[in-house]
Ligand binder design. Structure first.
Ligand code: SAM
Length: 283
């Protein structure tokens, strides 16, 4: 297998979210071999790069210059250069700049390579104890309460596990809003300071989290991910539909009974057909 690194590639490189020992060796190798490195903050990334003895031209690439900087980086790539993209921490393009540049590279036929590594959302989910077969990453909720509650209302019936990033000074307000919209009983995992000395993973309920925050038992500092259980799956059929179905099933074949029950109750025909089969089986 060849280990030669092709030219003209945009490398999307994940970096640690707090613990430098999480820097993967391939990330170091790619950064060492790059012609230039696009960074969110030159001072911040400068320290990381210095730690790994990497000295390369740095190109500022952040929320405020994303469009212009992406064009500039594309020009370098089109000249055959290898450019690596990193963010302040974790995986670029995940609640961080990067998406625009990566898309531009694809659109211009530039090779893109993604170097996997730390990501706070995935580390939190993996350590949360909440179902991970289906999850929805939401990133940061709006800072203003009205907009935040509206966003949460829109997620209230989502059955996949939800992942939010949150700033420590908003933890209390967000926890209160989560409990108000999703209910006190919903499970939540508070993931704080992942990979760092004071790492915390606390699986509890929204009600208990709010109580602990109000009692000042939760540190409102550090970096935070909230992993929230999804809504319970809707019950297969409400009782009234079952009653109607049972009456009709006594007289009619399953398909006809389901169709009539759907007309009477307004529930979905397919859903009632499945339910009718289950009732017949149970009979
Ligand atoms: N791109 C990053 C990633 O892959 O996770 C996320 C960048 S986003 C601007 C920063 C947010 O990620 C923080 O406000 C926090 O919610 C979360 N975060 C980053 N590092 C973390 C850590 N060590 N522990 C918990 N949350 C962290």
């Amino acid at each position: 297998m060849s280990t030669a690194i092709p030219r003209a590639t945009l490398f999307v490189v994940a970096t640690p979210i707090g613990n430098l020992a999480d820097m993967v060796p391939r990330a170091v190798a790619v950064l060492q071999s790059a012609d230039a490195i696009a960074v969110e903050d030159t001072r911040h990334s400068g320290k990381l790069l210095q730690h790994f003895s990497i000295s390369k031209p740095l190109i500022p690439y952040h929320d405020h210059n994303e469009r212009d900087a992406a064009e500039r980086i594309l020009t370098l790539l089109q000249q055959g250069k290898r450019v690596a993209l990193i963010s302040d921490a974790g995986t670029p393009a995940i609640a961080d700049p990067g998406y625009r540049l990566v898309r531009l590279a694809h659109q211009h036929g530039v090779r893109v390579e993604s170097i996997p590594g730390p990501c706070a959302a995935i580390a939190a989910l993996a350590g949360s104890g909440l179902p991970s077969d289906a999850f929805r990453f939401h990133g940061f909720l709006p800072a203003k309460q009205q907009a935040r509650c509206a966003a949460l209302q829109g997620l209230a019936s989502e059955t996949a596990t939800l992942i939010f990033y949150e700033a420590p000074h908003r933890l209390a307000d967000t926890a209160h809003d989560l409990a108000a919209v999703f209910g006190d009983a919903r499970e939540v995992c508070l993931a704080r300071e992942l990979s760092k000395h004071y790492e915390t993973l606390w699986l509890t309920t929204l009600g208990e989290l709010v109580r602990a925050i109000d009692a000042k038992q939760v540190e409102e500092r550090g970096e935070i991910v909230l992993v929230v259980a999804g809504a319970a799956e809707a019950v297969a059929a409400p009782d009234e539909s079952d009653r109607v179905l049972a009456i009709l099933l006594a007289e009619l074949p399953v398909k006809q009974a389901a169709a009539l029950a759907a007309q009477i109750s307004g529930a979905g025909k397919r859903e009632l057909y499945q339910r009718a089969l289950a009732l017949k089986d149970a009979d």
